[in-house]
Design a protein around this ligand. Structure first.
Ligand SMILES: [Zn+2]
Length: 234
């Protein structure tokens, strides 16, 4: 396979390609230093993006999927955090709104989020921004993680290699532990070398379940189910 073009690299980070195309490119770039060299400046550019949230308001909306409690935090432009479980993730509770407001600014998100937990189909959203991740290094880790496609897993060591070297493994683990956008930034797809699931703030059980769901979804996709793409632009 040929190396990534800049257009392909941009399409990967903007999540505009069908899943089948992402998977095909991934099998190449995960092991290709040249391609990771093409992706790196795009990841860095993303990690340097600034978004002044102080001027707008952060809303939040609580909801359930089965027994699991969630809170989505968002602005009119971005989804900025997702809380799983009862644990409060912020001291300030921001402005609580109804689902109409989520629907208004992030159309399709809630429906697809619920569906994801049932069928493993991708979550649809317009844009995310890791606003609550403060350091450049952590943001870099999160954007590399963002590039791991549906149903695929990567070890902490491999992710550290992409970020800059195996010596960053521990720091990578710490950055992932502070990810405030679980599911959307697929931290659950980063596992221990040898296949053990490793940590997940919302519980290892859930991590294993999500990976199984995603694999099942991909198997169905392979059998000829329509490839919906990531549908981020709706
Ligand atoms: Zn390559």
């Amino acid at each position: 396979m040929e190396h990534l073009t800049i257009e392909q690299a941009r399409a990967l980070i903007n999540r505009t390609l069908p899943i089948s195309a992402e998977l095909e490119l991934f099998e190449h770039w995960r092991n290709c230093k040249i391609c990771r060299g093409i992706l790196k400046p795009i990841v860095v550019e993303k990690a340097q993006e600034k978004y002044e949230i102080s001027q707008s308001v952060i809303f939040w909306y609580p909801f359930y999927v089965g027994d699991l409690q969630f809170r989505v935090y968002f602005t009119t432009k971005y989804i900025v955090a997702v809380g799983i479980g009862k644990r409060m993730i912020f001291n300030t509770e921001f402005v609580q709104v109804g689902w109409e407001e989520v629907e208004r600014f992030h159309r399709g998100f809630l429906d697809s989020f619920v569906k994801y937990f049932i069928s493993g189909s991708p979550v649809i959203y317009k844009d995310i921004f890791p606003f609550f991740t403060s350091t450049f290094f952590s943001k870099t880790v999160l954007y590399w993680t963002y590039l791991i496609p549906h149903g695929r897993t990567v070890s902490y060591g491999e992710l550290a290699e992409w970020v800059g070297g195996r010596r960053y493994s521990r720091a990578v683990g710490q950055a992932l532990a502070r990810n405030k956008l679980p599911i959307l930034i697929p931290r659950h797809r980063v596992i221990q070398a040898g296949g053990k699931p490793g940590n997940f703030t919302a519980g290892v059980e859930l991590k294993v379940k999500l990976l199984k769901l995603e694999k099942k979804y991909l198997a169905e996709l392979k059998m000829g189910k329509n490839d919906p793409g990531n549908s981020q632009t709706y």
